[in-house]
Every structure is written in structure tokens, then in C-alpha cells.
Design a protein. Sequence first.
Lengths: 480, 204
Amino acid sequence: MASRPLTLYEKIWADHVVERRDDGTCLIYIDRHLVHEVTSPQAFAGLKAAGRGVRRPELTLAVPDHNLPTSPRVDAAGRPLPIADPESANQLAALRANVAEFGVPYIDALAAEQGIVHVVGPEQGFTLPGTTLVCGDSHTSAHGALGALAFGIGTSEVEHVLATQTLLLKQSKTMEIRVDGSLGFGVSPKDVVLAIIGKIGAAGGTGYVVEYTGEVIRAMSVEGRLTVSNMSIEGGARAGLIAPDDTTFAYLKGRPMAPAGETWDKAVAYWRTLPSDPAAVYDAVVKLDATDIAPSLTWGTSPEDVVPITGIVPDPDSFADPSKRVAARKSLDYMGLEPGTRMQDVAVQNVFIGSCTNSRIEDLRAAAAVANGRRVADGVRAMVVPGSGLVKRQAEREGLDRIFTQAGFEWREPGCSMCLAMNPDKVPPGERCASTSNRNFVGRQGPGARTHLLSPAMAAAAAVTGRLADVRDLMGASNG
Amino acid sequence: MADPITQVSGRAYPWGAKNIDTDIIIPAHWLKTTTREGLGKGAFETVRAVPGNIFDDPRYAGAPILIAGDNFGCGSSREHAAWALADLGIKAVIAPSFSDIFSGNAFKNGIVPVVLPQEAVDRLVEAAQDGEVTVDLETMTVTTSYQDRFEFALDAFRRNCLIQGLDEIGLTLAQDTAISKFESADVKHRPWISGRGLDASVAV
Ligand code: SF4
């Protein structure tokens, strides 16, 4: 044995150390930096104040997403429509001015390629295996699905990366989360990640970089893997990783920013060396059996509050941990739920299909399959927000937009939308939303909004039944 | 860069709440600002909407220390959470654990994230009801006006940055030769990193 067996994380880390300090902190090179309008203005202002420039603008990509309204962006004549909220407009204008001043590649709100940063990165081939990738947004963990060491950073770090293309980091511990077996009927990648967070808890991954392994992960498409890795942060882990394989390479080949020709071959040869060595040791290992995972959803205000759709609202007194009992009581109060209620008896008024967790083409196909030939229930507002302009076009080519609009869903322009309610898309106070996003925090989808996290197919099932429903019941039956 | 800090002393909000996420610290609608200042007004907005809340209790007005429960600052990477706390006048947060991203953001804005075991935090919540709390970076201790004394640990580099008020970017730029050396070796090792499509703007 020439060297100690290494994990994927350790290999990526080793290839990015610029300098190691005595205390173990390393200056790590950053290969890819995604920038959006919300967490960057203060960073660019900091650069200006210090008279600094962007070290490698060509490794940076900026795209607006959080603030953009999802209503039409141009009028009938193709002229751009103004953004009503002056603060949003100001932040979007600041991004445009900053990328121009600092020479950063930029996808404009009106470009077909615009979308949520975490959808755009993989879609453009900007995200590559074995790279270090950062963005001022916690769901940057999504990019780990392609084998990139990707994590969210704060604005001071955004400024640090812009100025130096590096970050000062301490190596994390590693956790393997292994999901073996095969998924049951109607069970999606979203259910897998909800089950994982339900098991490890919202702080279970704190201090770790998680690597997802096992047959279930291997069998997933890159889209499904993005859903899983996206929510690593909801389990407390700053980054998630999935070893690159032929599925990854097939997904990336031919993407606009992916390497091509001879360089592509070299890159693939390198990427094949990245997966964890068979004898590599993780600091922690968690195992799940796919057969135990049912279509799932959350009942409370933490993403760890997960139950199968066949379950009931838990009794706070059933938790062993006293602080969890207190938290559960508060959650149920906020959510307006009684212990013992069947999840399937809970009525919803809003359905949101979108966000960087579940707004890719496969997500829209899964939701459309359930919506096809059915009608959104009376009193329910249901919206579909594609993750990018390219996803939207693809869906329109496949006729998914017509399935949705005929069923009574709104078909909107790409962006973060109701995931965090920074734009006009909000859940009204006290109303309940079946949402494919990633956070059910108090007020996340608007003040007083009550969020249930679930998969795109489950969200569509909620839309057409007007309540939280077991999608398997609808998948068995013929539509309409 | 923040002012140098060696000691934070005074009243402390005896909160102790667990899993305080960044949406609670600063709700999303406050994120539309393009500056770092003024976010104290939005700090803990939903908590403060409830009459009798701890942040509007005159006993703790202007307290420089916040005592919280496990997993403080979980959720989004928004540095606005740290700016909001700083704008509120908070210079140290004591909790059994912090989210990784929040604690990084706290340091960079001159807020000391102090990790202490749950029992110590419980005791501090009690002591802070009417006593004062001191976080000392020289002795690495938290003490109270009731003779409590707890030791804590901090990353040596970060402690040094706090005590001296150092600018991390300036420190890193001083390593410029090492960064350039890495880049010239890496372009041979992984030529695709600065590859196709990245030199030209995509669609402007
Ligand atoms: S979709 Fe939601 S979670 Fe994803 S980047 Fe946008 S706001 Fe963040």
C-alpha cells in the first residue's frame, strides 16, 4: 500500500490546499464561485472600499434569482417590464452594475439561461466533479451531487473569494450516509432526503461533510442526486457529496461550460480517480434501508419533523427529549395542528412546485404525471415555478405547461419565488402550503405561513385533492 | 474590519432557545438592503412581535451578550444575521453549539461565538436573570457576577484576528505568491478548470 485509503472529500481537499497552517487551518483554492443579488452587494462594496479587484472573474458566474418576480418579464412587444418593489429593483440593479464594473460573467434576468443559481450551475456545466464551488447561499450543498465540494458562504467570504480566489478553512469530519435497497412505488429522491434528515436530525450533520452512498444513490439521476445533496444543509452538514460516475459524465457532456475534446477526456480520467477508496474510513456512518422509506412530508417547523404520509401528527409528549417536547408544542401551535390528526386529513390552500430542491425537468415531469387530466381543487392556489428558463422551455417542448395550466396550476417565470418569499410570491398568513422547497421554518414562505415539505408528485397530489394526500393512491388510479 | 475585542461584559439576554434559525434572527424581507448597517431594527422581528418578549424587556436593553440553545444560527448562510446582531449591539453569543456558517460569519463581524456545555448554558441563563456576564478572550473564560467561571476554546487564528481586529482578506493577499504558485501548477494538473465558456460572458 503506497498511501492511506482516502475518501472523496479528502481527495478533493488535498488537491486544493494552497497553504497549511500549524493549527491545521488551510488556505483552500476555490475553482467556482456563483454570485446572486442578495448576498453580494456588500462584498462588492467592500472590494471598492479597499481598492481591490476580482482575482479570477472567469471562475465566477453571476445570476439574479432570489428577488425576481415570477410574473412575465417582458410585455407583449418584448419590452422589459419594470420591477414593482423598489428595494428588489435596487438590489438587481446593484448586481448588474457590480458585474459590469468588475468584469464578472453574468446571466441577465431576461436571458433564457437565467434561473436559480443552483439549477444554473449544473445545467451550464459550470459545476464540475472534483472542484471546490462556493456561493453566498446555504443550498450550494446541492452541487455536491456532481462530486463538487460545494458549500454556502457568508458575504465576507464572498468578498474574500472575489479578492483572493481562496478561503481559510478547517477540514471537516466525514459522514457516510448509505441508502441501500431499492425505492418503493411512488417514493422519490425528496422522500429519501426527508427520511435521512428525520433520522439524523436538523443538527445531526453539524461539523461533517456528508457523502451519500449506496444502491439507491447510484441508481438516481443527477437531478435526483441534486435534490438529495441540496438538503444536506437541512441536516446540519455544510456540504454533501456524491461520487461522480458515468451518470454524472453523461449529464455533463456537451454542456456549454463543460470541457470538450481532449480536455474532456483528461477531465474524465481525473474524475474517475475521485471516488472514495474502498477501504476509506469515515468518522461516522449512518445506514438507511430503502424499503423503510415511504412518501414523506414534514408536520412541524424544522425539516427534521418528518412523518410518512400514512402517519399522524405526533403527540409532543411522545418525544423523549424535553426540549424537543417544548419545540414540538410550539411547532404544532404555529402549524395549527392537533396531535393524532391523520396527515391525509389536513387541508391545504396553497401548493408550490419549485425551488432549487425540486424545479428541474424531472420534478416537473413527476408533478405533471399526477396533474394530468385532473383539476386543482377548489380553494387551492397552485403554482409551478421552473428552476431556470431552459427547464421552462424544455417543459414547454414536452407539453408539461399545458398539462399544468389545463389542470388550473399557474405556470410562472423562473426564480426562487415562494421558497423564501422575497419576491411577491407569498403564502398568506395562517394558510397552509404543500411545498417542494427545503425549509419549513416559521415565516419562511411569508409571515404566518405554514409549510409542509414534500416531493413534486406529492405536491401535485395535494393540489388536486385539496389536502395532504398519498400520491400512491393517485398513481394507481387512472387520471381523470 | 471590526474593532479589536478582548472582553465583552455586561447584561446578557437569558434566552436559551434551541435551533434559532437565521430566518428568526433576520426575516428574509430584510435582506433587500445593499449595505451592512441598520438591520438591528429587523432582528428577531417575529419574536419581538410577541408582547413581553426578552428583547424588549428593559432589564436587558442594549445587552452585549446573548445566551441561546443548541444549533444557534442554523439555516441560511445570510451574513445579515450577524450584521443584525452586531447592529443590535451584541458582541458575544453563548450557546452549546452553532451552525458552522453562522459562527464563521459571527467572527468576521466581531461577534464571539462561545461554545459551552448545556449545563453551563443553563446556569448562565439563570445567573443572567439579574447578574452580569463577562466573556474574556485573554483568559478564555466566561464569568458572572455570582462567581461562576467557565472555560471555553476558540480557534487560535480566529481568536487572534478578534483580539487584533485583523482584516482576513489583507492577510490572505499577503500569501499572493503561494496562490500564484498553486494556480500555475494546477493549470497543468487540471487544465479544464479555467476552460471553455468561462472566459466569455454567457448572455448579457
Ligand atoms: S430556491 Fe430557495 S433555497 Fe434555493 S437558492 Fe432560492 S431561496 Fe435559496
